[in-house]
Design a protein around this ligand. Structure first.
Ligand code: ARG
Length: 629
């Protein structure tokens, strides 16, 4: 079934084509649209076609609007949908859906319990969605949480709309960090810790090796030694000052030297391990493989908990063998050229990127992130047959994707990678979210905390439930709250991560929406206990609250595809929030179980369809609904 907006648009286009003596161009007609009204006072839908056309023709917009209205008034299909069009302001055409149309539509939505009116796209794409994509041995942090939740939601919506979706976890499973990881593995690994939490243990050994080789950490050590000297020599005025200083320096000098030596040993060691890994040393390959397998197993647990599935796990390492031939090709066609020992792609004719060349092979011969991504792009387009690629990656990588697409164009690759960027998550202090130790928050701990907090809330609200039931509900509410907090925000804005706000049963939150669903379910439970309802075939809507709710329900079919216009799940989240509000207003104003006949049947239909939309809409956001809460 067409959405109301699509139906009205078709009618408007017909009216435009019938304008005499001079109908507008076919292009203009095709671009004319009826959209949901910005302000409900002026009706439900509106079109600004009269204004844009009048502007082009330099005529009076209101006069033109009157002519269009005259054509619209003759269209019997319009009469079935809308009250006569009203002209407002500078020449807006305003439509108001009739109660008869809304009642018929409600019946159709009731029958369509799987999709509630949402049509599949007429132009299905094969979309590769690259999201989550954390780096091994580096902590997976809340930034990756954003990518994971957003990417999964977009995948669900694209699939629901009939696109062929391939989700791909582009793991950072290769690169110079593995020299340090393997060095750390051979020198510092704690097998027991590895068995308990592999992701954390890999991060620990990597960080240890990295800190040892880090010049800044070295100078921090120097500073510490200086501070120690300053604190412990005799006071500066004393005659023994210089003697005390010299003695302390002498004492500390081997410690300093040892630290420096450790640093050199670790740096060289890490370099060696990396070289061995790259030349295929069996032991190092095996260690690397174990790191990848362990990380993947841990990640799978987190994704399973979040209900997220990846079709592919083509990490950076997957493209290894393709990089050398790729570089050769880039050189042969003259796209990459030597510059200061490295191999570089310049974008001289591109004003935006003219001074931002891409390095595709470093001076030491190593390939980098961009090189891998060129190979990734080729693979996705040429071998996976992608007609669209979406990469859900933080905003700081905007330049990277611009460069990548500029390279893709030069290589004649028809499909660009759409960078779906997002901002940061802030702690309640409005700084980047961190744990007390200063590390970014581990995802697993965060999800644990979400469930635990939700469990305490359930405990308070509904102490009579069994422990199992409480745990189940807590999971659905806790994880739902975390996901919804993300998805209800504009993706580009930074947002403050607030447990209290996201778990509140009031306001634009997951628990509020889940609760609306649960309340409707309880109506149907009561109904099952009550005597069988008299089912009226024709539905009938009269109360303004009924009409408002029915209209909102009809707009679900418009809200879902709109998400993909600019990759904004928050538009769907906001839609669901408004729906829940409309439902509550309806429920306050209109008794359901105590009403009778067609009114009762219509109100039950409103309840049923609302529950279906809430459930399907939340599922598209990756959020479950509990049976009770
Ligand atoms: N691993 C990268 C990071 O954590 C994200 C990878 C995104 N995908 C890509 N094809 N570059 O920053």
């Amino acid at each position: 079934m067409l959405t109301p907006a699509a139906q009205l648009t078709a009618i408007l286009r017909r009216a435009l084509a019938a304008l005499a003596p001079e109908p507008p161009s076919a292009e203009f007609i095709a671009s004319a649209e009826v959209t949901a009204a910005a302000d409900a006072r002026f009706g439900d839908y509106q079109a600004n076609a009269a204004m844009t056309l009048a502007k082009a023709r330099r005529t009076n917009p209101r006069a033109l609007a009157t002519e269009i209205k005259a054509r619209l008034d003759l269209d019997p299909e319009l009469t079935a949908i809308s009250a006569p069009v009203e002209i407002a302001g500078a020449g807006f055409l305003n439509f108001r859906l009739t109660s008869a149309f809304l009642a018929t539509r409600l019946g159709a939505l009731l029958a369509d319990s799987e999709r509630v009116g949402v049509e599949k796209t007429g132009s299905p794409q094969r979309v590769v969605i690259d999201f989550s994509s954390p780096n091994i041995a580096k902590p997976m942090h809340v930034g990756h949480l954003r990518s994971t939740i957003l990417g999964d939601c977009l995948a669900r919506i694209a699939r629901f709309l009939g696109h062929e979706v391939i989700t791909d976890n582009h793991l950072g499973d290769w690169g110079t960090q593995f020299g340090k990881v393997i060095y750390g593995w051979k020198n510092f690994l704690d097998e027991q810790a590895l068995a308990v939490d592999a992701l954390a243990e890999l991060v620990r050994i990597y960080k240890l090796a990295n800190d040892l080789t880090d010049e800044q950490k070295q100078s921090a050590f120097e500073e510490m030694a200086e501070r120690y000297l300053a604190e412990h020599r005799v006071s500066e005025g004393s005659a023994f000052y210089s003697e005390s200083e010299a003695k302390l320096r002498k004492y500390f000098s081997p410690v300093r030297k040892a630290a420096q030596k450790a640093s050199i040993v670790a740096s060289e060691g890490s370099r060696e391990e990396l070289a061995k890994l790259q030349t295929g040393d069996a032991e190092n390959r095996a260690i690397w493989q174990r790191c990848v397998d362990l990380s993947r197993a841990e990640l799978e647990k987190i994704y399973a908990r979040l209900g997220i599935h990846f079709d592919l796990w083509l990490g950076e390492s997957f493209y290894n063998d393709r990089l050398a031939p790729l570089i050769e090709r880039l050189q042969k066609i003259g796209l990459a050229e030597p510059s200061e020992g490295a191999l570089v792609i310049f974008f001289r004719d591109d004003p935006k990127l003219a001074d931002k060349p891409s390095i595709v092979r470093k001076r030491d011969g190593a390939f980098n992130y961009t090189t891998t991504d060129i190979a990734t792009l080729e693979y996705r387009v040429h071998e996976l047959g992608a007609t669209a690629i979406w990469a859900v990656v933080g905003a700081p990588q905007a330049l990277h994707f611009e460069q990548l697409n500029a390279i893709g164009r030069r290589l004649g690759i028809a499909v660009p990678t759409t960078h779906i960027a997002f901002g940061s998550i802030l702690g309640e202090d409005r700084k980047l979210m961190r744990t007390r130790s200063g590390d970014s928050v581990a995802l697993r701990d965060l999800l644990d905390e979400a469930e635990e907090r939700a469990r305490r809330i359930i405990e308070e609200k509904n102490p009579a439930l069994s422990a199992d039931e409480k745990a189940g509900i807590a999971r659905v509410i806790g994880l739902g709250a975390v996901k919804y907090a993300e998805l209800s925000q504009g993706r580009l804005t930074d947002y403050v991560f607030s447990w209290d706000r996201m778990l509140s049963f009031q306001g634009n939150t997951a628990p509020y929406l889940q609760n609306a669903f649960v309340r409707i379910q309880s109506i149907f439970r009561k109904l099952a206990e009550a005597p069988a309802p008299t089912v009226a075939n024709d539905l009938h809507l009269a109360d303004p609250a009924e009409l408002a709710l029915a209209k909102k329900l009809a707009q679900f079919a418009e809200a879902v595809p709109a998400v993909l216009d600019d990759f904004r799940p928050n538009t769907l989240a906001n839609y669901l929030y408004e729906l829940a509000n409309d439902f509550h207003a309806f429920y306050e104003a209109c008794p359901v179980l105590k009403s009778e006949g067609a009114t009762r049947a219509s109100r039950l239909a409103l309840c049923r369809v609302t529950a279906n939309v809430l459930q399907i809409g939340l599922a598209l956001l990756g959020i479950d609904v509990p049976a009770r809460m």
